[in-house]
Design a protein around this ligand. Structure first.
Ligand code: C5P
Ligand code: C5P
Ligand code: ZN
Length: 484
């Protein structure tokens, strides 16, 4: 195994090739068609590419997509006189791309587990190809940033967008909720270009922007039962701990609190979580690295990079991804204002869904190897991803992967969002692989990362699909036990 530094160099080498191909096409006067994924990482990736291309006065357009399928492949193929660039998607569907774009130029900037060998005319930049984790070490926006930096050193100032992408994809899995691997290099670029400051604190949502009880209520990673989503209960909880909520009629934010007060809150939450059967390591996820975007206005959701990511997710999930891309490209006027409203709407929907979940516990079924959340049509295909993520952080000591799904009646398919824990992946569970194999088996599409993956399956194959996945997981875990 070659050392990490060498692997990073190889990845950069491929990024350099991608940059050359893009510049060649621009010189020939071709248009660039960027296709990106609908979540925070995909939107930041699109923003990085958008700024990069506009700085060199290239002609380009950006499209944001829910998921990759044959229909999308044929739309890409239909764009004859342009160079298609896929960001944060594509790697898992190489066979489809090979067929649709045979012999044509294509640039893929992604971090999903790759499937198969690509056409020679494609440039495929993906950390997994070089032995670097696409789930933890670099995101789709990160890969896009590496290419952008190869196009021009000036684009170093876009590193902060790649930090947002990585946080959106929950890559903050290192000691103290920090980013590691290639992400660490990107964080350094963002700090050096004067956009980012990294501090350690309680990880409440909106530590500079919101009254403490609201900040606590808005915190959902980890999910705190009885407090997440419940402003009134948070107010009571903090008051009972003896925390002063207001100072001279003004709400206090987390940054106004003393170390002593913060310690009190942390130990209060630890006790609270323990009473629900959670281990201390869950509470510890509430302390760690805060990524502050120092050039953003205080009191806005853009100041904290995790909150920025949530805002981008909200624009994507509420069908306004164009707002997210515009904000990444620098809009701080009309689009930001509109996105603020979208974020509120998204939060409300989310809290509604979580309440529904709480009242319909029977929708969560425990099978031999997996938990299945039958989201049906109540949780639509745009929300199922976030609900699945929150659910996975809300189950104490989860020992089985979560397979959540939603029904998309018009398209006669089920959209699956699968989540595992790191301890499950260490036991050999790779959800990307499991979703890929199971989806293929039942005429669907699936893939992703080891900890988080997804699929679309024809509705009439639902039962078979779930049983098949359950079986695969049981066999994997059993095989592992037998093998030691
Ligand atoms: O398509 P992409 O790679 O950008 O998306 C990864 C998805 O997986 C995100 O929605 C992210 O929130 C989710 N995820 C998760 N838990 C992890 C890692 C990723 O829910 N541990
Ligand atoms: O949609 P969701 O957030 O659950 O997806 C989890 C991960 O799986 C994301 O990284 C997403 O891009 C990926 N995925 C995929 N193929 C699918 C569905 C999701 O690669 N058909
Ligand atoms: Zn991603």
């Amino acid at each position: 195994m070659i050392n990490y530094e060498r692997r990073v160099q190889n990845l950069m080498g491929e990024a350099c090739r991608a940059a050359k191909v893009i510049l060649e096409h621009i010189e020939e006067g071709n248009c660039i068609s960027v296709f990106s994924h609908i979540d925070a990482d995909g939107i930041s990736a699109a923003g990085i590419m958008g700024v990069t291309l506009s700085r060199i006065e290239a002609r380009f357009r950006i499209r944001i997509e829910r998921w990759f399928d044959e229909k999308m492949a044929s739309e890409i193929a239909a764009e004859k006189d342009s160079l298609p660039i896929l960001t944060d998607m594509g790697s898992g569907y190489i066979d489809i791309l090979n067929e649709a774009l045979k012999g044509r130029d294509l640039v893929i900037l992604d971090h999903h587990q790759p499937s198969g060998k690509h056409e020679e005319t494609f440039v495929h930049v993906n950390p997994e190809i070089f032995g670097i984790s696409g789930a933890r070490d670099i995101s789709g926006a990160g890969v896009t940033y590496l290419v952008s930096k190869e196009i021009s050193e000036k684009n170093r100032d876009l590193a902060y967008l790649a930090v947002i992408g990585a946080l959106g994809d929950m890559q903050d899995k290192n000691e103290g909720r920090s980013l590691g691997g290639v992400n660490e290099i990107i964080v350094k670029d963002a700090v050096e270009s004067g956009y980012l400051k990294v501090e350690t604190d309680l990880l409440f949502f909106g530590r500079e922007t919101r009254p403490i009880h609201k900040a606590l209520a808005y915190t959902t990673t980890p999910f705190i039962p009885g407090l997440s989503g419940e402003e009134d209960k948070c107010l009571t909880f903090l008051t009972e701990l003896g925390i002063k909520i207001k100072e001279n009629d003004r709400w206090r934010a987390l940054r106004d609190l003393s170390q002593e007060e913060k310690r009190k809150i942390f130990s209060g939450i630890s006790d609270h979580l323990a009473s629900y059967g959670y281990k201390l390591n869950i509470a510890k996820k509430l302390i760690g690295a805060v990524y502050v975007l120092v050039n953003e206005e205080r009191w806005t959701p853009l100041r904290d990079a995790r909150e920025f990511a949530l805002l981008l997710n909200a624009t994507g999930r509420m069908e306004k991804p164009g707002l997210g891309v515009a904000i990444c490209m620098g809009d701080r006027g009309r689009c930001l204002k509109e996105a603020d409203g979208t974020l509120e709407e998204y939060r409300k929907t989310m809290i509604e869904k979580l309440r529904w979940l709480d009242e319909h516990r029977d929708r969560l079924e425990e099978m031999r190897g997996i938990y299945v959340l039958h989201g049906g049509q109540t949780i639509n295909e745009k929300m199922i991803s976030a609900i699945s993520t929150i659910l996975s952080t809300s189950m104490p000591n989860m020992e089985k992967p979560i397979i959540a799904y939603s029904i998309v009646q018009e398209e006669k398919l089920m959209k699956v969002s699968a989540r595992a824990t790191d301890s499950l992946t260490r036991k050999g569970i790779n959800l990307g692989e499991i979703m890929h194999i199971s989806a293929e088996r039942f005429s669907g599409k699936g893939g992703g990362h080891d900890v988080a993956a997804g699929a679309q399956i024809p509705i009439n194959k639902k039962e078979h699909f779930l049983r098949f996945v359950d079986d695969l997981v049981v066999r994997k875990l059993k095989g592992n036990e037998d093998g030691g």
